[in-house]
Design a protein around this ligand. Structure first.
Ligand SMILES: Nc1ncnc2c1ncn2[C@@H]1O[C@H](COP(=O)(O)OP(=O)(O)OP(=O)(O)O)[C@@H](O)[C@H]1O
Ligand SMILES: [Mg+2]
Length: 266
């Protein structure tokens, strides 16, 4: 296996498994917190089944095995320059389709950011989106809810209440999706001083990027007050569909979880 990353007792790398190219996360620590987090991540991934969520192929005592997806992350794409409104809203739509599935299964991701969105073939299209990385997630009904000091999340993308330690509120993920849309359109996230904003000593935010039709939904999603945000992924998807219509962009499809036809609920 070729090791490409290491963090918090977990190595990441690519290899072959049963003749298939795979991405493997290998536990290389016996620290009880890290061991628990590792298996928590596997248990969450196993609960999910959606075309836009990277599937877990196998979970052993020290490995999580996923298909190897080629094309890089959304961060890699945005690094080459801001996305136009069509591309940015297609990616955001895909992320929200996946997030809607998570929330329907009682899972909040808590680490949504361009680094954790893969794009098959590097394409900025709904169908190319694959959500990854459940290392920070909260899942209703799972025995463990770890938010150990080994992983904090990323200040730019983290909702203020998550920074205060609130776990499991789906609206925290919608905040992160709002920042992600901002980042796609601007080429950078909104805050010069993200930690200052999180603790409430700085209100400074960059001007909203992209066409004004996208501003109300983007700015609502990144409100400090959770009650002022969209209250569900479905509500945010509806606002995104309206904005695309105003921009004269084609309607996007809802993508049903595996084993269901479009229109059924998660
Ligand atoms: N299935 C996959 N196929 C290809 N590359 C992947 C896959 N899963 C993850 N990666 C790559 O590995 C990186 C790390 O994966 P992941 O986000 O799941 O781990 P992590 O514990 O958050 O580590 P990091 O701090 O590096 O993000 C991703 O940003 C991506 O570049
Ligand atoms: Mg990650």
């Amino acid at each position: 296996m070729e090791v490409t990353s290491y963090r918090a007792g977990v190595q990441g790398g690519s290899g072959l498994w049963r003749g298939q190219a795979v991405y493997v996360k290998t536990l290389v620590s016996d620290d009880p917190d890290r061991v628990a987090m590792f298996h928590h991540e596997g248990a969450v991934a196993a609960r999910l089944s959606h075309p836009l969520v990277t599937p877990l192929l196998a979970h052993t005592p020290n490995q999580l095995i996923f298909p190897l997806l080629r094309g890089g992350t959304l961060r890699d794409l945005v690094r080459c320059g801001p996305l136009d409104a069509d591309a940015a809203t297609q990616v955001t739509w895909g992320v929200l389709q996946a997030v809607s599935h998570l929330h329907g299964r009682g899972v909040t991701h808590h680490d949504l950011k361009p680094e954790n969105v893969l794009l098959i073939g590097g394409q900025s299209q709904v169908e190319a989106v694959r959500l990854i990385d459940f290392g920070m997630s909260h899942a209703a009904g799972l025995p463990l809810d770890i938010h150990s000091g080994t992983r904090m999340g990323t200040p730019q993308f983290m909702a203020p209440e998550q920074f205060q330690g609130v776990r499991g509120d789906p609206r925290s993920d919608l905040y992160s999706v709002g920042v992600l849309l901002f980042d796609c359109l601007a080429g950078h996230p909104p805050y010069a001083d993200a930690l200052g904003w999180l603790v409430g000593i700085s209100e400074e935010r960059a001007a909203a990027p992209g066409p004004s039709a996208l501003h109300p939904l983007m700015l609502r999603a990144i409100q400090r007050d959770r009650d002022s945000r969209p209250q569900s992924a479905a509500e945010m998807l509806a606002a995104l569909a309206d904005a695309r219509q105003q921009l004269g962009l084609p309607e996007l499809e809802h993508i049903a979880p595996e084993g269901q036809t479009a229109g059924e609920n998660a």
